[in-house]
Design a protein around this ligand. Structure first.
Ligand code: CTP
Length: 411
């Protein structure tokens, strides 16, 4: 016997809560998931209950929160009941200890046993202090889990327990909920199956001399999120990246990563692969001008140098001018004024099927932020605005549009 479920729940989610201070935010995650109509079964580790009581979760959840591996009269084997019935398992917060136990395949409490007893997709939202997050052991455990297909969201950078600031903060409940909704409503677990998708990311770097470069503020996060989500949706993905800093995003296995530096390098790598891909997404901030580079380091005692700039090849426009039928080309535009008007003009000029534009003057949008808000303009000039959410959730929306353009073929 198992507890009765509502007649037609949107989806059944096991919300795992491990023992970290971010557990207090899991109550908000639970409330939001319930607001979306999901059937949510909370599972707390014994340590989680030291931060927030199971009663609090039970009061808000679809069924009582569980802690013990050993069931009761109604559910004698809770880990199989929970694991087999889940459409998704979300662990928020996922502590370093929980991550290690899951990676090692331990089943020493109800949460880890449920993870093991399930074939459902798993989303982990790590939360810990920066020193812990940066430990090779933690990173290796996460790499192992990613290789096995586990999704990892965050952590964000911000204020941590005790007032420290750094990487390791659990992503906000709204973002977790957005990601869950995007994942579950895409109905698309294999939306891009069999498609070959090439994505560019990051800001290119143009050498002034052997030690100095000109670059821009792009972090590459949106491009990496697109690569990760496209792979999850079944595409075979090539990521041509100019990101200069390591990105703690979850490039899942099967993403072919090609590192480049300059606009010319990127053009070379993209053009070489152009005919092998059904979709090309130019999320990179490609330099419009390169530098006539000096072969030797410019010395200060020679006075201020004059730097001569030369235009780069416009990769997107070149691809647009020779796009093959049945393929989809996506451009990005970062604008600060007349955002939609300029993007519409840019889409026509560069002949792409979809232009993704963001207003980089708005708060929490675009360069180096964890979140984004974009407007999509497709080849019918249909305009769709996607409100502020995680770059991962934005990626689902962009790739859903790409998929419908692919299905429509050329019009
Ligand atoms: N792009 C490109 N090659 C370049 C410059 C840009 O492929 N040399 C691509 C970008 O990857 C992006 C799109 O073109 O997808 C728009 O880039 P943006 O810099 O906004 O456009 P520009 O034509 O450079 O116009 P602006 O004057 O606004 O910078």
């Amino acid at each position: 016997m198992t507890p009765s479920a509502p007649e037609s729940p949107a989806a059944r989610i096991v919300l795992g809560v491990a023992g970290g201070i971010a557990a207090y935010k899991s109550v908000d995650v639970l409330r939001r998931l319930r607001d979306h109509g999901y059937y949510v079964s909370p599972v707390l580790t014994p340590d989680a209950t030291r931060f927030v009581g199971a009663v609090t979760f039970s009061a808000l959840a679809s069924e009582p929160a569980r802690v013990s591996l050993y069931g009761d009269a109604t559910t004698p084997i809770p880990h199989t009941y929970l694991g087999q019935n889940a459409d998704l398992i979300v662990v928020a917060p996922a502590t370093a200890h929980l991550i290690a136990r899951y990676a090692a395949g331990l089943a020493d409490d109800l949460l880890t046993a449920t993870l093991l007893a399930s074939r459902a997709p798993v989303l982990l939202c790590p939360a810990m202090h920066t020193e812990m997050w940066e430990q090779p052991s933690v990173q290796e455990n996460l790499a192992t889990l990613r290789r096995r297909g586990v999704m990892i969201l965050g952590p964000a950078t911000g204020v941590l327990a005790g007032g420290d600031v750094g990487a390791g903060r659990m992503v906000e409940p709204a973002e977790i909920c957005d990601t869950v909704t995007a994942f579950l409503t895409s109905d698309t677990t294999r939306l891009l199956s069999g498609r070959r998708v090439l994505i560019t990311a990051g800001g290119t770097r143009e050498a002034i001399d052997p030690v100095r470069v000109i670059t821009n503020r792009s972090s590459g996060k949106q491009g990496y999120a697109l690569a990760e989500v496209a792979a999850r949706l079944g595409a075979s993905v090539t990521l041509v990246t100019a990101a200069s800093r390591p990105i703690a995003l979850d490039v899942v296995r099967d993403v072919n990563v090609v590192a480049v530096e300059s606009a010319a390098d990127m053009a070379h790598e993209v053009f070489q692969r152009e005919n092998d891909h059904d979709v090309i997404i130019m999320a990179a901030a490609v330099a419009d001008f390169t530098v006539r580079a000096q072969p030797h380091k410019i010395k200060k005692d020679q006075g201020p140098p004059s730097i001569v700039l030369e235009p780069t090849v416009d990769i997107l426009a070149t691809l647009g001018s020779r796009r093959r039928p049945g393929t989809v080309l996506v451009g990005f535009a970062a604008e600060t004024e007349d955002v939609v008007g300029r993007a519409r003009e840019k889409r026509r000029r560069k002949q792409c099927d979809l232009m993704v534009v963001n207003d980089v003057s708005a708060a929490n949008v675009g360069f180096d932020h964890e979140t984004n808000e974009v407007t999509l303009i497709d080849r019918d000039e249909t305009i769709t605005t996607i409100s502020l959410r995680s770059k991962e959730a934005i990626s689902y929306e962009i790739l859903a549009s790409v998929s419908s353009l692919l299905l429509r073929g050329d019009s």
